[in-house]
Design a protein around this ligand. Structure first.
Ligand SMILES: Cc1cc2nc3c(=O)[nH]c(=O)nc-3n(C[C@H](O)[C@H](O)[C@H](O)COP(=O)(O)OP(=O)(O)OC[C@H]3O[C@@H](n4cnc5c(N)ncnc54)[C@H](O)[C@@H]3O)c2cc1C
Length: 720
């Protein structure tokens, strides 16, 4: 008996496997299927157990899970990649995750050759398990105000680590609560003043490896007060032991300061790093990895919600007709299809961002070339901000699309949301870090202005910008055909080199009278399907926001940055939108032109890209209006284009095929009863309550009877 999903699939011409070729590295799907089937046959990995456990039970389970994964790694001879994949398939971070994603990479990027040779093999064996302790009770965002100190004692050649007061307790540290035996600590370096060893001078925060638990007994070491900070919001990160630690004059050898860049000599002299940006390389890595992971979380939620909305029926279209699947309602399609497009957008753009990060790393390590570090920092920050905002919101929307059952743990979306929403805060609060992107874009504007010989006049210079190359990613019209402007930015001459992601800033060189008279030349809703029209509108919006901030800062007296921190969030988001849309467009263009995809697949992918770009433009209408780039008619046409893309062009069969392209294994989908492939949702829910906790309600009999008998008892005693 075919399932409703199978029935839908029979009419679809999109080949999910071929689409999937754009989302995965070669061989990845097969490896994932093989590992998932091993995990699926081991009860310890059963995700249905987790919602019934409290925080401490979850921690114990996740420690056991990790131990079992190590056993399986040895038994099956898994490579590092396969082992990482097996950990990822758990869906939740483990007490060792921060060891792998922070402790090890920070030593690899900030440690000397000798430090790496000493620590990394121990880390690989999980003999040393570490984490990264930056945040304190009273300070997180403001790293310069961290209070933990590392004082260098020249006599013994040791650093003395101290937490001067309660507020300087390290807090939130993933992996520290129960598991880690070492931590990297951000502490303010204090060095003795030359000629006066009793007086110390602070040199700002630096990184130190500090042992916190005994390798033999796992008990806290002398001077260390350590523990777990307890359950977190929405039950998220339940399997992670975020912890606290205080240091009471803890001595560590000088060699434990990570000294690849800044150094302290035996005699206590400070050697400055050659490049002051080098220390944030590891932070860039963490941020650069976030968008693709969040894209995959959203992809899973959309797959679940779409399957459920095909199965779920409410209301009949005619009095005697059958009830309709809820996916047929425009409001459901309008929420789910753009989310499907958003998940593709972040997977594709996130993979590109990660590839750019790898390339940058190669340039830094092999050639000592730092040029792209600042650009990677700014771009990865913008993408972290936008992807975390969109995906957290999107996961919640996917849950709401499923009505009441969406709120049950059985939907499988709860844990995805609880973990994703935290990404708006960790690795830097979004409102705080978006200022870094905005500052970088403002710097470009100012450099453009000072290096431009003819700021508002018209001399062609292509070397200054890759605007033309970014535009060529669109499939049809060129950039200028979409803008009806009085002057063209491509004709402005400047020596300043703009990175491709910021090439649209060239527009800010125009005189205000010219910039604000630029108009979109869209005349029909069909025009909005042109990549050139879409991208030029997104670019104009981003340039407008940067220009507005630049103007405000130059006219406000005194210049007050902090009164603009809500704007910087919008700037980082608009900047990310340009990159994501451009990258998605390029991917579609490449796949279509190189015959990588058959026509039907290419059409489906192009449609998704249109839905993403049109949806992003609709969300950006306030700025597009404000700047005068679109008028009311063009805004109406834009909404009409999105309506048509979602309600007419996209059909449910194609949407199913596009979620099939994610190729989620049975093991990954097992956390969701609502997303069952066979559509037997109600049977699954019934079985889950009857087999899981059924009969245990008897343990509440006594309390319930006490309540219902309360009145009777009082009446009885009153009679006496
Ligand atoms: C799940 C999770 C895991 C974590 N893991 C770790 C870890 O392993 N190691 C670690 O060191 N830390 C960790 N953290 C801590 C995290 O990095 C910080 O909480 C985060 O950087 C935010 O800093 P904060 O808490 O100081 O926020 P605050 O800066 O106190 O923010 C409070 C509010 O003030 C606003 N604000 C603050 N400054 C500004 C400003 N200049 N302009 C505008 N608005 C401002 C913020 O937007 C926010 O709304 C984790 C946090 C979470 C939630």
């Amino acid at each position: 008996m075919p399932t409703p999903l199978d029935a839908i699939r029979t009419d679809v011409t999109i080949d999910p496997y071929k689409i999937g070729n754009l989302l995965f590295d070669p061989g990845y799907r097969e490896t994932r299927t093989r590992i998932a089937s091993i995990l699926g046959s081991d009860r310890i990995f059963d995700k249905s157990l987790r919602p019934h456990l409290n925080h401490r039970q979850l921690l114990r389970l996740s420690l056991r899970i990790f131990k079992r994964l190590l056993e399986l790694r040895d038994a099956h001879g898994w490579s590092d990649l396969e082992f990482t994949l097996a950990c990822r398939l758990q869906d939740e971070s483990l007490p060792t995750s921060l060891h792998d994603i922070t402790f090890v990479p920070v030593i690899a990027s900030q440690g000397t050759q000798e430090q790496q040779a000493y620590w990394l093999p121990r880390c690989k064996r999980y003999e040393v398990v570490g984490c990264y302790a930056q945040t304190e009770l009273a300070h997180g965002s403001n790293v310069q105000e961290l209070e933990t100190t590392a004082r260098f004692d020249v006599t013994s050649g040791e650093f003395v680590i101290s937490s001067p007061r309660l507020e300087s307790t390290k807090w939130w540290i993933g992996g520290l609560g129960v598991m880690a035996n070492h931590t990297i600590v951000q502490a303010v370096l204090h060095l003795p003043l030359p000629g006066n060893p009793l007086e110390y001078k602070p040199y700002g925060p630096h990184l130190f490896i500090v042992p916190v638990r005994s390798l033999k007994t796992h008990e806290p070491l002398p001077g260390i007060t350590i523990g777990d900070i307890g359950p977190k919001a929405y039950g998220g990160f339940g399997t992670v032991d975020n912890g606290y630690v205080r240091f009471r004059e803890v001595r560590i050898p000088r060699e434990n300061m990570l000294m690849r860049h800044a150094q302290v000599t035996l005699t206590g002299e400070y050697v400055r790093p050659a490049h002051d940006k080098l220390s944030y390389g590891s932070m860039v890595a963490l941020r650069a990895g976030i968008p693709v992971n969040l894209g995959w979380s959203l992809a899973r939620a959309v797959t679940i919600a779409l399957r459920y909305c095909i199965h779920r029926r409410q209301f009949a279209a005619t009095p005697d007709g059958p009830e309709q699947p809820v996916i047929t309602y425009a409001s459901v399609k309008h929420r789910l299809y753009p989310l499907l497009a958003t998940s593709y957008a972040y997977i594709i753009a996130g993979r590109e961002l990660w590839a750019m990060y790898q390339k940058m790393l190669e340039e830094v390590v092999q050639q000592g070339n730092m040029e792209s570090l600042a650009e990677m920092h700014s771009l990865s920050t913008a993408l972290k901000v936008k992807s975390s905002t969109d995906c957290a919101k999107g996961l919640e929307e996917a849950r709401k699309c499923m009505g009441g059952h969406g709120y049950s743990h059985m939907s499988g979306i709860g844990p995805l949301f609880a973990n994703a929403t935290a990404s708006q805060t960790y690795e830097g609060d979004n409102y705080v870090i978006s200022q870094q992107t905005a500052r970088s874009l403002l710097k470009h504007v100012s450099a453009l202005r000072s290096s431009s010989s003819t700021p508002t006049s018209l001399t062609a210079s292509r070397s200054s910008s890759s605007r033309s190359s970014s535009r060529s990613s669109g499939s049809s019209t060129s950039s200028r055909s979409s803008i009806s402007s009085r002057s063209s930015p491509s004709s402005i001459s400047t020596e300043h080199h703009l990175p491709p992601s910021s090439s649209y800033l060239l527009n800010t060189l125009l005189a205000p009278a010219q910039f604000y008279t630029q108009r979109s030349s869209v005349k029909t809703s069909g025009d909005w399907y042109s990549p050139a029209h879409q991208l030029s509108a997104l670019e104009h919006r981003a340039a407008y926001l940067v220009l507005e901030l630049s103007t405000s800062l130059s006219t406000s007296t005194p210049q007050n940055w902090s009164s603009h921190t809500h704007t910087t969030h919008r700037i980082a988001s608009a900047h990310a939108d340009v990159f994501v849309a451009t990258t998605f467009r390029k991917c579609v263009a490449r796949a279509s032109s190189s015959n990588l995809l058959p026509d039907d697949c290419a059409y489906g992918l192009r449609l998704l890209c249109d839905i993403f770009c049109l949806g992003t433009l609709v969300a950006g209408l306030p700025e597009l209006f404000e700047s005068g780039f679109v008028d009311a008619t063009q805004a109406r046409l834009l909404r009409r284009a999105l309506d048509e893309a979602v309600l007419v062009r996209m059909d449910v069969g194609s949407a199913v095929a596009l979620t099939d392209a994610f190729a989620f294994t049975e093991f990954e989908m097992a956390g969701s009863v609502l997303g069952r492939e066979d559509g037997k949702v109600y049977e699954g829910m019934w079985r889950a309550v009857r087999e899981g906790e059924s009969g245990k309600e008897r343990e509440f009999l006594e309390e319930c009877l006490e309540i219902t008998g309360h009145y009777r008892r009082r009446r009885g005693s009153a009679k006496l």
